[in-house]
Design a protein around this ligand. Structure first.
Ligand code: GDP
Length: 469
């Protein structure tokens, strides 16, 4: 449970009276400074004084049960991540039900005949994994490293290995495309061994499975290997009590408003609860499972779609349950303030870095941009594409990203850091926003094709610094 004012003051090195003032400011009565604050108030106070806080839920005295592992698929481009996920999805619970209509949730569950199940995150690639980690979300239990049997270890294979290692997440290797005549799984194993992966065949504990996503062979073996790995990790979760959950994907639906796919890490998320999600808040109006069926609650490792948030959260945001709407609003605005403060600090740090003169040659041009797009996946794709433009002469500095159309607050931020705004696959902003941008001298680029976007930016840079590009 929450800390006392005295303890918080000690941690923060702030006078007790300052903290008492903050407690009053967040609308809480000050009792004794030795009484524990409620966890919500403690978080608010900690944020106000600039402490980074993380909620730790105690498991004491509650029912702890085994839970399904949550898997992310990573590997080099074209090695078959998407195909493998497609093949696995066809064996998923939703696909097996009559009709088999799976709705896109960003995650799906595969059930085994033994009764065990496995949850797969449906966004392959490293960007999603890093984005979640950057927000402190340790959602992934195991990484499936996909390596094409005919192509072997490639740069992004190594990148995936270091991501997993850094996050302390174990790997199960899926050697894919084993149906191809040119397939050479033994060569892949040798390569991985040489890169320091301790494969089971060579006496280590990293399992290797040979599969073909196209011919759908080896999928059972892969699922079994994942369950063995999960068993070794002894994954467990408390099922009772307030949920602790993470957002894996979020989108805006015309009729239903902001929708977030959540995976519960512990506890049970129940319809009707008040929640704070990242810096957003809301009351859960509906919970749907992978088949789009309404359900009353979500248990650990079960991906669900929740409806009822007031704004769009981001992948990796945590979901905490609070006991009233007032609390939810309060915590959310506290987090927003902290978020804005941190963001400004970050922007300034990045700018200072960029303005540092390079050793020699022409100065590097910095181009700050804000990226808005229709869904999270697109945001990532656009950001990645922009980064490919970086060179010794140019630094495309993505200062802010978000889902949805270009808004007034984007314009405000753009003005604060001299950025231009990119709207990708979104409607043109309302005229009030574009007028404000014009007045402030801020460019808004609306595009639907990445190639055109990059071309447009290229032209802007030529305008900015003739002769450097
Ligand atoms: P990703 O970039 O890692 O997501 O790779 P994709 O899933 O898009 O696959 C890239 C290409 O490899 C596609 O043309 C797939 O059809 C092909 N591919 C994927 N898995 C297999 C496989 O098991 N066998 C064969 N022969 N081709 C595959």
């Amino acid at each position: 449970e929450g800390m006392t004012i005295v303890e918080l003051a000690k941690h923060a090195g702030e006078p007790i009276t300052t903290l008492q003032d903050i407690v009053v400011n967040v609308g809480e009565k000050v009792t004794s400074e030795f009484d524990p604050l409620s966890i919500d108030v403690a978080e608010l106070v900690a944020m106000e004084i600039g402490l980074n806080v993380r909620r730790i839920h105690s498991n004491e005295g509650t029912d702890i049960v085994p839970r399904a592992p949550v898997i992310t698929v990573m590997g080099h481009v074209d090695h078959g991540k998407t195909s493998l996920l497609d093949a696995l999805r066809q064996t998923s619970v939703a696909a097996k039900e009559a009709g088999g209509i799976t709705q896109h949730l960003g995650a799906f569950v595969v059930g085994m005949s033994s009764g065990a199940s496995i949850t797969f995150l449906d966004t392959p690639g490293h960007a999603a994994f890093s984005a979640m980690r950057a927000r402190g979300a340790a959602v992934t239990d195991i990484v499936v490293l996909v390596v094409a049997a005919d192509d072997g270890v490639m740069p992004q294979t190594l990148e995936a290995m270091s991501h997993a290692k850094e996050a302390n997440v174990p790997i199960v290797v899926a050697i894919n495309k084993c149906d191809k005549p040119a397939a050479d799984p033994e060569r892949v194993k040798t390569q991985l061994g040489a890169e320091g992966l301790e494969l089971e065949d060579l006496g280590g504990n990293v399992q290797v499975v040979e599969v073909s996503a196209v011919k759908k062979t080896g999928l059972d073996d892969l699922e079994t290997a994942l369950l063995i790995q999960a068993e070794m990790m002894d994954l467990k979760a408390r099922i009772d009590g307030p949920a602790q959950a993470y957002v894996v994907e979020a989108r805006l639906d015309k009729g239903r408003g902001p929708l977030a796919t959540a995976i519960v890490k512990a506890g049970t998320l129940v319809c009707g609860q008040h929640v704070v999600v990242g810096s957003q808040w809301g009351r859960i109006r509906a919970i749907r499972d992978g088949m789009g069926k309404l359900t009353e609650q979500a248990r650990p490792a079960m991906p669900v779609e929740i409806e009822g948030l007031k704004g769009l959260p981001m992948a990796g945001d945590d979901i905490v349950v609070v006991d009233s709407e007032e609390r939810a609003r309060m915590l959310s605005s506290g987090r927003k303030r902290k978020f804005d403060k941190d963001r400004l600090i970050k922007i300034n740090e990045e700018r200072i870095e960029t303005l540092e003169p390079s050793e020699e040659g022409p100065k590097r041009i910095e181009m700050p941009v804000i990226v808005k797009a229709d869904v999270q996946g697109t945001v990532q794709a656009v950001t990645d594409a922009l980064k490919t433009m970086n060179s010794p002469q140019l630094f495309v500095n993505v200062v802010h990203v978000g889902v949805g159309s270009v808004s007034q607050s984007d314009v405000d931020l753009a003005l604060a850091c001299g950025a231009c705004i990119i709207g990708f696959n979104v409607k043109c902003p309302p005229s009030s926003v574009s007028t404000a941008a014009t007045h402030a001298g801020i460019k808004i680029l609306i595009h639907r094709v990445i190639y055109h976007l990059l071309e447009d930016i290229g032209n802007m840079i030529v305008d900015k610094a003739p002769g450097t590009c």
